[in-house]
Design a protein around this ligand. Structure first.
Ligand code: ZN
Ligand code: ZN
Length: 207
C-alpha cells in the first residue's frame, strides 16, 4: 500500500508540477532529456534488478552473493535523484514536494535493500554500512550539483532544467512500473484505488 501510494504520488508530482515547470524553460529539446532519464532507468534496472520499485525481483537461489551490481545501480539512481534538490531549481514548494517524493519511495527501497544485504554473506554491521552508503547518495547528488553551480560563473538555470528533466524521466519509469506491478492480476481493489487517489491528491494539494 505504501508502494502504491508512493507510485501515485511520484506520477502525479511529475505530471502536475515538474513537467510543466521544465517545459516552461528555454532549454531546447527538453523532452529529449526526459526520454534520456526514462531509458537510463531501464539500463540502471539491469544492474539493480528493479529494487527501486521497493521489492526484490531476484530469484532467491541467487540471493546469497553480495549484491554489488544492485548497490551500484541503486546508488546511481539515488545520486541522480538528489541532483535537482538545490535552491536554484524551482521554488521552495517544488523542492519540498520533490524531497518528499524521494523519501517516500526510498522507504520501501531501503527495506528491500536491507533484506537483500542480510541474506548475503556479510555481517550485520557491514549491511548497515551499505545501507548508510545508499542513504548518502541523494544528499551527495544535491551537494555535487550545488558545487557545480557555484564553481561556474555562467547562468546555469538551463543545467538544472536538464537534470530535472532526466529525473522526471526516471520518475515516470519507476512510478508507472510500481503502479503496474502493484496490480498484477488486474483484480479490482477499492482500498488500493483509494490509496492511489490519496497519493495523487497529495501531489495536487502541494501546488
Ligand atoms: Zn518491480
Ligand atoms: Zn529513487
Amino acid at each position: 500500500m505504501l508502494l502504491a501510494f508512493s507510485g501515485a504520488y511520484l506520477f502525479a508530482l511529475s505530471v502536475l508540477h515538474l513537467i510543466p515547470e521544465v517545459y516552461a524553460s528555454n532549454v531546447k529539446w527538453i523532452g529529449a532529456y526526459v526520454l534520456l532519464g526514462f531509458f537510463l532507468q531501464i539500463i540502471l534496472e539491469v544492474l539493480s534488478q528493479g529494487i527501486e520499485h521497493g521489492h526484490i525481483h531476484v530469484h532467491q537461489d541467487h540471493a546469497h552473493a553480495f549484491p554489488m551490481a544492485m548497490m551500484t545501480g541503486l546508488c546511481i539512481h539515488s545520486f541522480l535523484e538528489g541532483m535537482p534538490l538545490v535552491q536554484t531549481f524551482g521554488g521552495t514548494a517544488t523542492q519540498a514536494s520533490l524531497l518528499f517524493g524521494i523519501i517516500l519511495h526510498h522507504v520501501p527501497v531501503a527495506l528491500a535493500l536491507m533484506s537483500m544485504l542480510l541474506q548475503s554473506h556479510i555481517s550485520k554491521n557491514a549491511a548497515v554500512f551499505y545501507l548508510f552508503i545508499f542513504a548518502l547518495m541523494a544528499p551527495l547528488g544535491a551537494f555535487a550539483s550545488q558545487a557545480i553551480s557555484e564553481s561556474t560563473m555562467k547562468e546555469l538555470s538551463g543545467f538544472f532544467d536538464c537534470i530535472m528533466a532526466v529525473v522526471i524521466g526516471i520518475f515516470l519509469h519507476i512510478s508507472t512500473t510500481i503502479l503496474f506491478e502493484n496490480d498484477k492480476d488486474h483484480r479490482f481493489n477499492y482500498f488500493k484505488l483509494l490509496i492511489i487517489m490519496l497519493g495523487a491528491g497529495l501531489a495536487f494539494l502541494a501546488m
